[in-house]
Ligand binder design. Structure first.
Ligand SMILES: [Fe+2]
Ligand SMILES: [Fe+2]
Length: 325
């Protein structure tokens, strides 16, 4: 697909500010938290005792909450898929080592700590069938994901803005529920990850805001397109051993809805916050088709609200192979 040059020009314009953006939204590596800061140190004499405590608390966790934590981990661990997709966006030019590919590498380097930390926690928890979880992870990376973005930077940054906000919500809620059940370590783990997601969300929101300043009609149309196609979760092709592609996703998503970690209401609220953040209502200087797109977008939250009232979530828990019985 060839794109109008305007998109490349816009990417190059934003790229000129990339050094500042990297400083603003990402943290210096040597001072950043690392997974081992939040886990028992296996060199210490108290290691076994700490692990025992970690296991006792993990055992007490709500079944759905634990399943969601594993699904979140698998989602984070499919990072190679997201990095490859971002590197391929028009204007990123992986080979060139330009500002954009620098951004993607630096973002990936931060994100990589999320799956690493959660995986190690789950390994120590004594409650996970690690082999089953690893099979799901390998499948998810192998299956990739299927987004209506193509290589378009506008559509892609709308997607990442949404997604980083969504992962912030879900990790934050798992942190809160963990805290309530007395699992302070897991609360800290999900809390630091949620904070990373919030910084990343701010970065992508900023990229899109800058695009609105230069190419408002086209980014409005990209936003409309993504909303019409609905934002699918990165793990929408999730499966378990012996299962079909994508078959596990609904069960994962139902569990997340039951414990209110990520719900249809959150989906609607994120759309509302995007509309507010980019001040869609007051964007000026757009053409007729973008004007129509704006009308669709402004009416969308209310329309989804009506539909969401009819959504019913199954009450019965699903038995995940991931969880050791
Ligand atoms: Fe993440
Ligand atoms: Fe993220």
């Amino acid at each position: 697909m060839t794109m109008p040059n305007k998109r490349l020009e816009v990417m190059q314009t934003i790229e000129q500010s990339m050094d500042g953006l990297l400083d603003k939204y990402l943290k210096p590596i040597d001072d950043n938290w690392q997974p081992s800061d939040l886990l028992p140190d296996s060199r210490e004499p108290g290691f076994h005792e700490e692990v025992e405590e970690l296991q006792a608390l993990a055992k007490e966790m709500d079944y759905d909450l634990f399943a969601v934590l594993i699904g979140d981990t698998v989602t984070e661990e499919a990072l190679p898929t997201y990095e490859a997709w971002l590197m391929d966006i028009e204007g990123v030019e992986a080979e060139d080592k330009n500002g954009w590919s620098k951004w993607v590498r630096a973002w990936t380097a931060e994100e990589n700590r999320h799956g690493d930390l959660l995986n190690k926690y789950l390994y120590l928890s004594g409650r996970v069938n690690m082999r089953e979880m690893e099979i799901s992870t390998q499948h998810l990376i192998n299956d990739g994901f299927d987004l209506p973005t193509g290589r378009d930077p506008y559509r892609s940054f709308v997607y990442t803005s949404f997604q980083e906000l969504a992962t912030n919500v879900s990790h934050r809620r798992v942190a809160t529920l963990s805290k309530q059940s007395g699992n302070d370590r897991l609360a800290r783990i999900c809390g630091v990850i949620a904070a990373d997601e919030a910084r990343h969300a701010n970065a992508y929101l900023d990229f899109v805001k800058r695009i609105f300043e230069i190419d408002a009609s086209e980014i409005m149309l990209a936003l409309e397109h993504m909303m019409r196609m609905r934002i699918v979760m990165p793990a929408h092709l999730l499966r378990e051993s012996g299962g079909g592609i994508g078959e596990l996703f609904t069960h994962f998503s139902d569990a997340a809805q039951r414990i209110m970690v990520y719900t249809t209401q959150d989906y609607i609220d994120i759309i509302k916050s995007l509309l507010e953040e980019w001040d869609i209502e007051n964007i000026t200087g757009i053409d007729d088709s973008a004007e129509k797109a704006r009308e669709y977008l402004m009416a969308l939250p209310e329309r989804l609200q009506r539909v969401s009232e009819r959504v019913r979530i199954p009450k019965k828990q699903f038995e995940f192979k991931w969880i050791a019985v």
